[in-house]
Design a binder for this molecule. Structure first.
Ligand code: CO
Length: 213
């Protein structure tokens, strides 16, 4: 059997198992999805969102990219965010990074990695913003883990800086924003930042004043 064929075989086994447990499982999900959560995570294969949260199909809307970044010019992420907030009406948006993140690690070096430099540059900005806090730590590992946490915190702020989130906060009092970090060593998620609806932003310059129009 070829490598990829194992996935197809496992898929069949999974579908069969689900129907055995719950005959209406697929039928219920065919026409509607009503997830309460949008998950923005790292693409890392060791951090599968539904597995580590024991959520089922239909429960979380997922977007993943290298180092879980929220970039305002990223049409892909912004489309996902808009759809999740405005159409699916999710109650929570979670940015979940992880310790030992290769993307953050790469951004801490001065190596050129090609096209991904442009993506990682955003993490270098986070480093520069919190330079003192990061550099005050004694070991390389501590500095990396600190930057990983700061990066998550920063991406949560980026979410709050979008007109999509601000508009929804004002009109509907949702979603709640969360910053979490997953530990590869023990599989445990640690919450590190939280922005309930209508939280103050880092600076009023990010606050749009014509969202009622
Ligand atoms: Co990662």
């Amino acid at each position: 059997m070829e490598q990829h064929e194992r996935l197809l075989l496992e898929n069949k086994a999974w579908a069969r198992e689900e129907v055995l447990k719950d005959p209406d499982f697929f039928e219920r999900l065919v026409n509607i999805q009503r997830p309460d959560f949008l998950w923005i995570g790292c693409s890392d294969s060791r951090v599968p969102p539904d597995k580590i949260t024991q959520t089922k199909p239909g429960e979380i809307f997922i977007h993943r990219n290298v180092a879980n970044l929220v970039i305002h010019t990223d049409l892909n992420l912004m489309s996902v965010l808009q759809y999740a907030v405005e159409v699916l009406e999710v109650k929570h948006v979670i940015v979940c990074g992880h310790y030992g993140c290769g993307g953050v690690k790469a951004a801490m070096t001065r190596h050129s990695f090609g096209i991904i430099n442009k993506w990682l540059r955003n993490i270098k900005d986070v480093y520069r913003l919190h330079q003192q806090e990061v550099e005050s730590l004694p070991s390389e590992e501590e500095r990396l883990n600190k930057l990983i946490e700061l990066n998550i915190q920063e991406q949560v702020l980026h979410l709050a800086e979008t007109s999509i989130v601000q508009k929804s906060w004002k009109k509907f009092g949702r979603p709640h924003l969360h910053g979490w970090v997953y530990d590869l060593h023990d599989g445990i998620i640690k919450p590190i930042s939280s922005m309930p609806p209508n939280s103050p932003l880092e600076h009023p310059i990010y606050e749009y004043d014509n969202l009622d129009d």
